[in-house]
Design a protein around this ligand. Structure first.
Ligand SMILES: NC(=O)c1ccc[n+]([C@@H]2O[C@H](COP(=O)([O-])OP(=O)(O)OC[C@H]3O[C@@H](n4cnc5c(N)ncnc54)[C@H](OP(=O)(O)O)[C@@H]3O)[C@@H](O)[C@H]2O)c1
Ligand SMILES: [Zn+2]
Length: 353
């Protein structure tokens, strides 16, 4: 079938639905964020989004906010309506049962990657005679649920590797210097962006080496803003116990320590443990050995690298221990660059071959 074309108005309404979806970010887990708007005569007449698992889905909330019936309306929804009974009834049936009158058209951002939906919701609506156009702002809609998509298909969270480095690629001074109190590599704006990054992840992970060297708290601290949720703190530990009084164990947020008798936790099973707890997005915050372990396992989806305009000529690199050949390197797609005061934030996605 020829892919439908979408007008500028379609894209504008879908962009609004995407913005609504974001309001659920952090509270819908393990469900994806979803937004919906209903348009009549070129104007938005109802809006909805999914706020929490077990509560109404975005389409049902939008239909519930609609006055004067659905006849002749267009429903825009960022994700394919569900067709199965989970904790709530299927949205396809709510759309078909809308009274008086059904929507004239349903515009869907992207298909639901969940194998139990995956096109069935769209097929159900079409079978019932509705016009359904799929793929409006598809890339953006997919990106909004990237963590959910990996979780539901691969049973692991989406992994973002994050580090702050000098321009010559070092995340810390040499061990002899490191014994003193840790120093910030990047400036205030970059550190704020790092906390914003934490706020969009379900969990934050570090290695025992980082706990010993920096004693990080691994909480979201954004002045003037209450975080929507507290990410789970995860430590990959070796055989040694963590220092008594380490701030990751302070109870400010839940902490999970994963150990392995060999002293090297295997990355894939650790990710499966996290996925089983509903973790769909994981921010890996170092140090070098842990970054190396994720790179060696090929389990990195995104990179967020803060670069400070400093040269130290030696120290601990961003990652160590994997030593892949250039031919087997994890390759990244286009790098996007953001200036944060004197620092840069480089972000990119790993391209799967
Ligand atoms: N600038 C930044 O963005 C940034 C961020 C984080 C850390 N850092 C710096 O990085 C340094 C720490 O890095 P690091 O490389 O020494 O330590 P690390 O990567 O934080 O932790 C390594 C330790 O984790 C444990 N571990 C468990 N499973 C592992 C696995 N599969 N692979 C490797 N280690 C595993 C082992 O603990 P045991 O030792 O108990 O066996 C290992 O020694 C600190 O100096 C810190 O300041 C910088
Ligand atoms: Zn639904």
């Amino acid at each position: 079938m020829k892919p439908p074309r979408f007008s500028a108005a379609d894209r504008r309404f879908m962009a609004r639905a995407l913005a609504l979806a974001e309001r659920g970010r952090g509270t819908t887990n393990p469900n994806p964020v979803v937004g919906a708007v209903i348009v009549r005569g070129g104007r938005i007449v109802a809006e909805g989004f999914h706020r929490r698992a077990g509560r109404a889905h975005a389409e049902v909330n939008a239909l519930g906010a609609l006055r004067g019936g659905a006849r002749g309306t267009t429903l825009y929804v960022t994700l394919e309506p569900c067709s199965h009974t989970g904790r709530t009834a299927p949205c396809t049936e709510a759309i078909l049962a809308a009274r008086p009158g059904r929507p004239a058209r349903v515009v869907v951002g992207c298909r639901d990657p969940n194998p139990i939906v995956d096109g069935r919701g769209i097929a159900r609506l079409r079978r019932a005679g509705l016009r359904v156009d799929v793929g409006c702002l598809e890339e953006e809609c997919r990106a909004a649920i990237a963590g959910y998509a990996i979780w539901v298909r691969e049973h692991r969270p989406l992994v973002t590797l994050k580090a702050a480095a000098t321009l010559d690629g070092f995340i810390a001074e040499t061990a002899s210097r490191r014994r003193r109190a840790p120093v910030w590599i990047t400036g205030r704006q970059a550190r704020r962006a790092a906390h914003e990054l934490r706020a969009t992840h379900d969990a934050i992970l570090v290695g025992a080496g980082t706990v010993r060297a920096d004693d990080p708290q691994l909480t979201v601290r954004l002045p003037g803003r209450r975080a929507a949720r507290t990410p789970l703190r995860v430590v990959l530990a070796g055989r040694r116990s963590l220092p008594k009084g380490a701030r990751v164990l302070d109870g400010a947020a839940p902490t999970l320590t994963i150990r392995d008798p060999t002293g090297r936790v295997a990355v894939k099973p650790a990710l499966e443990v996290l996925a089983a707890r509903g973790i769909q997005s994981l921010l890996v915050e170092g140090g070098a050995a842990i970054h190396g372990a994720f790179i060696a396992a090929g389990l990195v989806d995104r990179v967020a690298l803060f670069l400070a305009p400093k040269l130290i000529g030696g120290g601990l690199p961003v990652a160590s221990g994997a030593n892949l050949s250039v031919a087997r390197a994890l390759s990244l797609g286009p790098i996007s660059v953001r200036s944060l005061g004197p620092d840069l934030l480089l972000t990119a996605e790993v391209t799967r071959r």
